[in-house]
Design a protein. Structure first.
Length: 583
């Protein structure tokens, strides 16, 4: 799955973050309450360092639109008001901060959903794979690997057609197209809110606009263009950041950073190992690693280098790392809140930050479409379907089947593996497809020569009958399939109950009725024989991990079904022919 951070291009990650967090000089985040971490829990302090919301969260973000995104100890996201009370219940697997009074959220195995500041559902985006926050009334969304834009009613206003896209700023949004039809290389341009390309794709990278300037790169050097696509400052820098409201921009030449004005004139010579943008007349700079201070617009040190990390000033204070703790200083470098916090806001990485540590706000659908797995197993046209196999199918029959030619391999005395490349979906792969037998398919016979053992050979029983089929699925950890084994198991179980009238013997260790107990005993006895050669589970697995795994046993008139997961990314599904136990 494509990462949203492809939008960052050759710029620092936080260059984009900085631009996303401001609106023509107006911050879309409030800095009246600051998220801080102490003893691994997050709370909120005011400008004097007093706790307004006591440490209690696993993650905490800055306030926007009067609400702050927080992650509770049970790993769910919700929103609190400025008095620390839960305003929108923590029921989401993932969520964004509010922007323009809207936020995107997803529940476990759910679609991307938009809510308002009251927590009311605005709309659900069933086709959307990924969405970025709203900016200037529009939000970028990805549908079938292409990017387009929706309005605040969830309506598509710019059809998905781009390889990548960023949010709107100053009426324009960066978009990417392939350099040519067969190329993987992207070139960037800009569209207006009608979706019309107003600056032709031609750049190797392109930022959003701020103060009528955007950073673009030709692949070697970076420069600045205006909203007509004309160069204001020709490409000449090895790296560059957006202009701040103070009228200066950080640029890199060689290995050193300095600053230019809006005409491109260098006003502070490149001399710093690292730096950030100006804010309130001062900018954090590093003269060496872990040696940050603050300069004014003439390049003069106002606060001498002394901190391990430092970020921009907001109002009259700035966060710094002194020793191994974070605190806050005023513009004279004096601590207003002594170093005492282990972190400030989530996702903090002050060596890279261009502004306060604000997560680039995007969200992905958590919905895993199990229909492709169901189709591969239950569609009669699929070679993986078990319908054409029964308890009367012998090993000899399997070998004589032309579709199995040169594809069968004894995996053990009880299993025959059918080899092949089975593609289910980008999220789910079939690791193995096996025919299971309740009796050994071969016996091992020792060969002798003049009384000495010379080797072993396998004598196959080609008349032995198939007892069932086993499918083992892996879920791709780099996609929305990650940690979805239990969700997939639930969907599979529901299908079996609805389609086959299968009796559900519920999750292991739950009380069972007499009928369910009998069904479970039948299925478990089969499972025990099929599992004779399976690898013993890792004994070092801790108890909490074991509790996440699930086992379902179901029975119908014709089949017994066994579903087992590891709780994360592996699922085994066994189909056992019921009539072999009735004969």
């Amino acid at each position: 799955m494509k990462s949203r951070f492809n939008l960052i291009f050759t710029l620092s990650v936080i260059t984009i973050l900085s631009a996303c967090s401001g609106k023509s000089g107006k911050e879309d985040f409030s800095f009246d309450l600051i998220p801080v971490q102490s003893d691994e829990k997050w709370g909120y302090i005011d400008k004097e360092g007093k706790y307004i919301v006591n440490p209690q969260f696993k993650e905490a973000f800055l306030f926007s639109d009067g609400l702050a995104l927080v992650k509770t100890t049970d790993d769910k996201y919700g929103y609190i008001s400025e008095d620390g009370k839960i305003s929108i219940n923590a029921v989401y697997k993932s969520a964004t901060c509010f922007s323009e009074e809207l936020a995107f959220v997803t529940k476990e195995n759910g679609f991307v959903t938009c809510i308002d500041t009251k927590g009311n559902l605005k709309f659900e985006l069933k086709e959307v794979e990924q969405a970025l926050e709203f900016k200037e009334g529009l939000a970028p969304v990805r549908i079938k690997e292409k990017w387009g834009f929706i309005d605040n009613d969830g309506k598509i206003v710019i059809n998905p057609q781009f390889e990548d896209a960023g949010g709107f700023s100053e009426g324009l949004a960066p978009i990417a197209q392939k350099k040519d039809k067969d190329s993987k290389e992207l070139i960037w341009g800009y569209i207006d809110k009608e979706g019309k390309i107003v600056i032709n794709p031609q750049f190797i990278s392109a930022s959003i606009f701020k103060n009528n300037r955007a950073i673009v790169s030709d692949g070697k050097k970076s420069g600045y263009i205006d909203n007509k696509g004309l160069y204001i400052i020709n490409p000449q820098f090895d790296d560059a950041r957006l202009f701040s409201d103070d009228g200066l921009a950080a640029i890199k030449q060689g290995e050193s950073w300095g600053y230019v004005n809006q005409e491109g004139k260098i006003v502070i010579n490149p001399q710093f190992e690292n730096c950030q943008s100006f804010k309130g007349g001062l900018a954090p700079v590093a003269s060496a690693k872990d040696n940050w201070g603050y300069i004014d617009k003439e390049g003069k040190y106002i606060v001498n280098p002394q901190f391990k990390q430092a970020a921009k000033f907001y109002f009259d204070y700035a966060p710094v790392l002194s020793g191994d703790k974070y605190g806050f200083i005023d513009k004279q470098g004096k601590f207003t809140i002594n170093p005492q916090f282990t972190a400030l806001s989530s996702y903090s990485d002050y060596n890279k930050l261009e502004t306060w540590p604000i997560k680039y706000r995007y969200i992905e659908s958590d919905y895993l479409d199990a229909s492709l797995v169901l189709k591969s197993i239950f569609d009669e046209k699929s070679e993986l379907c078990f319908y054409n196999i029964s308890a009367n199918t012998s090993l000899e029959t399997l070998i004589d089947d032309p579709t199995n030619k040169d594809r069968l391999k004894a995996d053990s005395r009880y299993y025959v593996l059918k080899t092949g490349d089975y593609e289910i979906s980008p999220e789910i792969s079939l690791k193995s497809f096996k025919y299971a037998f309740s009796e050994p398919i071969y016996n091992v016979v020792t060969k002798y020569f003049y009384g000495y053992a010379t080797g072993e050979e396998k004598n196959y029983n080609y008349k032995v009958l198939v007892s069932g089929i086993e499918y083992e699925f892996d879920l791709n950890i780099f996609t929305r399939g990650n940690n979805k084994a239990n969700s997939l198991a639930e969907g599979l179980k529901t299908y079996l109950v609805q389609t086959y009238g299968a009796r559900d013997s519920k999750i292991e260790n739950e009380p069972l009725s007499e009928l369910e107990e009998n069904a479970k005993k039948t299925a478990d006895s089969i499972a025990a024989s099929l599992a004779a050669t399976e690898t013993t589970q890792d004994q070092t697995e801790n108890k909490s991990e074991k509790n996440l795994s699930k086992v379902y046993t179901l029975t119908s008139k014709k089949y017994n079904f066994i579903i087992r997961t590891d709780g994360y990314n592996s699922l085994i599904f066994k189909v056992v022919f019921n009539n072999i136990h009735n004969s």
